[in-house]
Ligand binder design. Structure first.
Ligand SMILES: [Zn+2]
Ligand SMILES: [Zn+2]
Length: 194
């Protein structure tokens, strides 16, 4: 079994950045390249960053992507709807169902609109990096472009399809699991999701 390494880097605005790497090949993906970039590079350690991906276009989650690319040569990716919403460019515009290989693993892209039109979750093995779509015990702060109904729909139609044992790594706060959130997160009560 190939081994995955996940390093959580705490960035400005309380954003969690994750460096996800294949222990065998040392190829890595950075999820949510906020600021400061120096901290990401330092804590990533001795890995080759192949992709630099944002769960959505809010500045705290994507503000460091170009500097990180300049330093590491990784390819940047964001969903096209958030590229449009926030006037951000990237090397590649992500779509639902995309799969990106790194080392012996792949990242699958789930488009989960709601928090922003182009919010996505990234699934690697039984780990899901969910941005602000769902946090432990809640959801990300609602912004003017947030469509709560759509967000609930995304959670119900996309995230709930994953195995209940899936570990969740939110854009803010502690890690959790799908099972724990279904049992405890208030969004699953009265939201018509379950
Ligand atoms: Zn956000
Ligand atoms: Zn956020």
């Amino acid at each position: 079994m190939p081994k995955l390494s996940i390093v959580k880097v705490k960035l400005d605005r309380e954003v969690n950045c994750y460096v996800v790497s294949c222990a065998t090949t040392k190829e890595a993906v950075v999820i949510d390249p906020g600021l400061p970039v120096k901290k990401i590079v330092e804590q990533a350690g001795n890995v080759t960053i192949k992709y630099i991906l944002a769960t959505h276009g809010h500045p705290g989650h994507v503000g460091g992507k170009d500097d990180l690319k300049a330093i590491t040569g990784g390819e940047t990716g964001i969903h096209s709807a958030d590229a449009k919403q926030f006037l951000r460019s990237a090397d590649r515009y992500l779509l639902d169902g995309d799969e990106l290989d790194f080392g012996e693993f792949k990242v699958s892209v789930l488009h989960t609109p709601g928090h922003t039109p182009g919010s996505v979750c990234f699934v690697v093995a039984n780990h899901a990096f969910v941005g602000d779509t769902i946090l432990a015990g809640g959801i990300g702060r609602q912004m003017p472009e947030t469509d709560l109904r759509r967000q609930m729909m995304s959670i119900g139609t996309k995230l709930l399809r994953l195995p209940m044992s899936t570990a969740l790594y939110p854009g803010h706060g502690p890690a959790t699991s799908l099972e724990r959130e279904v049992a405890q997160n208030p969004i699953f009560r009265g939201a018509g999701v379950r």
